[in-house]
Design a protein around this ligand. Structure first.
Ligand code: ANZ
Ligand code: ZN
Ligand code: ZN
Length: 853
């Protein structure tokens, strides 16, 4: 150990040692309890940003803590390496996506290594490697064979900029998730889908199991995404025809309030309804125009409702009323049956629509007034969705709506025009992408045999190299003759390959299963290995993946289970969604997420260069609890130079610890007396108490809530306590054996715990303290409950010389604290109230005497 704290040298030294001795390599040890700490794998965009640093500093502290607690820890890193940016960079710079991606990975790996994260690098994977994506293809084939992967024509969200299909999740708000200003349009295409809807019920039920381990917010988002609703299908006969129109409603009890039927513009019955009608062309072209609006816009509550009457009528099966059939934009073909009954009195969207086109409103549910009479609305200004009883509903009048809902569903079922049913919002997952840089879909089309899967022994279907990517037109693979033209695996005849690639969310579904067995070339992974390491004990990542990745991967786990690959159904026990890294903006006067486009980023490399990786990590964890946003502190001096007082403070803290360790390290290293051979005075007991309390507090914070900020604050307090002790002693030579014991205990434990957050400097100090075994291999210290307990004193209180009460104070209480405790004591107060306090005499730790007049 050197006298001065030079982070750069220390960090390089220990990173090399850790790597040379393979300290973080993990192997299965069946007799040891395991811990799987996982971070969402990064996209290799080019450089690490502060958001990554935060995510991984959290994960690393957890991994290190668990190792010290005796767990066999799996902690590693990989690359979500397929995706658009590589392709876009290729178009721009006329480069190969593979080259761009691999270079970025190399650079980012070196950045991560400079941070000193304790990954088992021998397990690193990249999803763009054929060893990895061949298993995507293998899964696809398994799913295809089970009917879980299928192809259908469907309108899809299409980003004109990306020239590709987007999943609903990637087109929220009608804009592309990558090009936040590009409007998504609707286009009909042949697409591959995965039948996630088959698992909708299980995906929903499984969320209950995650309660407590996952943030409530994420569970709610998933529940809403899955969107289960129970209701009824009701069939309305079409007047003058044999056709029936089926609708889905959650409120069959409002059926007497229906004023019309409304179809989605894509509804298959529409052409039949207008056949031969003079309105036909007008209606159909109106419907065509409506289809152009994106699904997202059409589902929004504030959508401007637009529709047209078809001229056809349907008959309400409950009361025989004739209802006009309309087509309108706010009905989605993908939900329910793609048709509704319009009930303006009790559904706001129907109300808006009816107002727009002057359709009548009829109230059929009435709230009750104080004396229990139904309240009849004079004129409705909005829909009434609340509780109430049935009115204007024939034989059902007077029933509470819930009861009516149940009975009317039964009635409809008995009479054969309806049925109880469940609907889900979640849709099958469209995975086809008209892109190059992804997993090729392992399907071959033969004129004779149709769609044929690529035989398993021919996997992977590798991406062809040196493809000229222009970004124009459809799939780049379609333009590569050598790739497209092949022979049919069944009949041997000429055939063509599928030229789409898979959504990159397929890659991230199971990467952390692969970490358990990363080099397996016979199977995606070995079942025993996965059964040992999985489920993930702690997953850390951004809230932006609450419904995308985190639903898909739960789905995938269940599919793999059904393929016999694993036994469990939920892959992640605990989830932590960390907050963003932000910076205050002078322009807007607010704190804003660090992002390239706002130009408010701080480069991790630069910070590491200036202050060291340890300081950057400590600062990141100290500034806020992990789920809250971090505001990266900076200051501009009068010359416009930027300073970073926050990280700098973290650096100063580490230097302060380093200094005191330096001062004592030789002494402490040589010292080996035991506690029971020594007598401790108050000051020594006080320091020992602080040490044991700190160990207890940090461990409890780890187990309970992962609030690293309060853990680091506790280490800072302990450091202050050590300094106070040291100041009192002055010279090293003046320390008694008991002094050295207390100091050694404090300093060693401080070093051990600091190793979670600032591992390099902690290793250096640990070595300086004479330890031969690395800190990375050390055990978590045990605290002594007895020693951690706050000691207290009972102090008698006199008023004018007579004993009037006793107060309990902590053993460390100052005279001032003892005095205020005495004055505030209830018994004592009754003797001092209304009198003048002339004087308070404190005999330290013994007695208080209050003189009153
Ligand atoms: C009549 C009614 C009356 C409705 C009322 C609601 C309230 P959730 O709960 O989200 O499942 N609906 C059904 N299919 C639709 C589609 N394809 N596009 C747009 N809207 C559709 O919503 C179910 C309700 O959404 C259904 O119940 C239907 O409106 C509407 F006081 O039927 B309801
Ligand atoms: Zn786009
Ligand atoms: Zn064939």
């Amino acid at each position: 150990m050197d006298e001065k704290y030079f982070p750069k040298e220390i960090e390089q030294k220990w990173q090399k040692r850790w790597a040379d001795e393979q300290v973080f390599k993990s192997e299965i040890r069946p007799d040891q309890k395991k811990y799987y700490c996982l971070e969402m794998l990064p996209y290799p965009s080019g450089r690490i940003h502060m958001g990554h640093v935060r995510n991984y500093s959290i994960g690393d502290a957890i991994a290190r803590f668990r190792r010290m607690r005796g767990y066999n820890v799996l902690y590693t890193m990989g690359w979500d390496a397929f995706g658009l940016p590589a392709e876009n960079a290729a178009i721009k710079n006329n480069e190969q996506p593979e080259k761009w991606t691999l270079e970025n990975i190399d650079y980012m790996r070196s950045q991560l290594k400079r941070m000193g994260y304790s990954y088992d690098w021998s397990r690193e994977i990249a999803s763009c490697s054929p060893d990895y994506y061949r298993w995507n293809q293998w899964f696809f084939i398994k799913m295809y064979q089970r009917g879980l992967a299928y192809k259908k024509k469907s309108v899809a969200n299409w980003c004109p900029e990306c020239q590709t299909v987007l999943a609903n999740e990637q087109a929220e708000g009608g804009v592309c998730w990558r090009h936040e200003t590009t409007r998504v349009i609707q286009k009909e295409l042949d697409q591959w889908f995965l039948r996630i809807t088959d698992y909708a019920d299980e995906l929903l039920a499984g969320l209950d199991e995650l309660e407590g381990g996952w943030p409530e917010r994420v569970l709610t988002m998933q529940r809403n995404w899955i969107g289960k609703s129970e209701g009824a299908r009701v069939d309305f006969p079409i007047k003058g025809s044999n056709e029936k129109l089926s609708i889905f409603t959650t409120r069959i009890d409002t059926i007497y309030g229906a004023n019309a039927m409304v179809l989605a513009p894509e509804h298959p019955l529409l052409p039949k309804l207008v056949e031969g009608s003079p309105n036909r062309d007008r209606v159909l072209s109106f419907a065509e125009a409506l289809k152009k609006q994106s699904r997202e816009e059409r589902a929004a509550a504030e959508l401007k409702k637009e529709g047209i009457a078809t001229g056809a009528y349907a008959i309400n099966p409950f009361n025989g009323e004739e209802l006009p059939v309309w087509v309108a934009n706010f009905i989605l073909m993908e939900y329910g049956t793609g048709a509704i009954m319009c009930v303006p009195g009790h559904d706001q969207r129907d109300f808006d629509f009816s107002c727009q086109y002057g359709l009548p409103v009829r109230q059929v549910i009435a709230p009750l007034d104080d004396s229990g009479n139904p309240i009849i609305f004079e004129e409705q200004k909005e829909a009434f969705p609340g509780e109430g009883v049935m009115i204007n509903s024939g034989r059902w009048n007077g029933l509470p709506w819930r009861e009516a809902n149940k009975k009317m569903t039964e009635f409809a079922a008995e009479h054969g025009f309806g049925q109880w049913t469940v609907q889900f919002k979640i849709r099958d997952w469209g995975i086809s992408r008209q892109r190059y840089w992804g997993t090729p879909i392992p399907i071959i089309y033969c004129d004779r045999c149709g769609a044929v899967t690529v035989p398993e022994d021919q996997l992977p279907v590798e991406l062809p190299k040196n493809v000229h990517i222009t970004g124009m037109g459809g799939s780049p693979l379609a333009q590569v003759e050598e790739f497209v033209n092949t022979s049919c695996p069944q009949c041997g005849g000429a055939a063509r390959r599928d030229t789409d690639t898979m959504d990159t969310f397929v890659d991230s579904n199971w990467y952390y299963f692969r970490y358990c067995d990363p080099r397996n070339d016979r199977a995606p992974f070995d079942r025993d290995k996965v059964e040992y390491w999985m489920p993930v004990d702690q997953y850390i990542g951004g809230i932006e993946h609450a419904v995308l990745h985190l639903i898909y991967t739960r789905f995938w786990t269940k599919v793999m289970r059904d393929l016999g690959l694993n036994s469990f159904s939920e892959p992640v026990k605990r989830l932590l969604t960390q907050g963003m890294v932000c910076m205050y903006s002078e322009k807007t006067g607010r704190s804003e997420k660090m992002s390239k486009s706002l130009g408010n980023t701080v480069d991790p490399d630069e910070m590491v260069e200036l202050f060291g990786a340890d300081a950057v990590r400590v600062y990141m964890l100290f500034t806020a609890p992990p789920e809250k946003d971090v505001d990266w502190q900076f200051k501009k001096d009068e010359h416009g130079n930027v300073e970073y007082p926050g990280v700098e403070g973290a650096h100063r803290f580490l230097a302060r610890v380093h200094r005191i360790v330096w001062k004592w390290h030789k002494h402490l290293a040589e010292f080996n007396r035991k506690a029971d051979e020594l007598e401790f005075n108050d000051a020594q007991r006080r320091l020992r108490r602080k040490t044991h309390q700190t160990i207890k507090r940090v461990a409890a914070d780890f187990e309970e809530r992962l609030h690293f900020n309060t853990m680091i604050a506790a280490l800072m307090e302990l450091t202050n306590e050590i300094y106070d002790f040291d100041t009192r002693l002055g010279k090293v030579e003046r320390a008694s054996e008991a002094d050295v014991f207390a100091l050694k205990e404090a300093i060693e434990n401080l070093t051990l715990m600091l190793g979670l957050f600032a591992p390099h400097v902690a290793e250096e100090m640990w070595e300086g303290l004479g330890r031969r075994e690395m800190l990375a291999r050390a055990q978590w210290p045990e605290y002594n409950e007895e020693l951690a307990r706050e000691e207290s004193l009972e102090i008698p209180v006199q008023v004018n010389g007579k004993l009037r009460g006793r107060v309990q104070v902590s053993i460390d209480a100052s005279d001032e604290e003892i005095k205020s405790a005495a004055l505030a004591d209830g018994k004592v107060l009754s003797f001092t109230q209304g009198k003048d306090i002339v004087k308070v005499i404190v005999v330290p730790r013994k007695l208080v005497n209050i003189v009153v007049r």
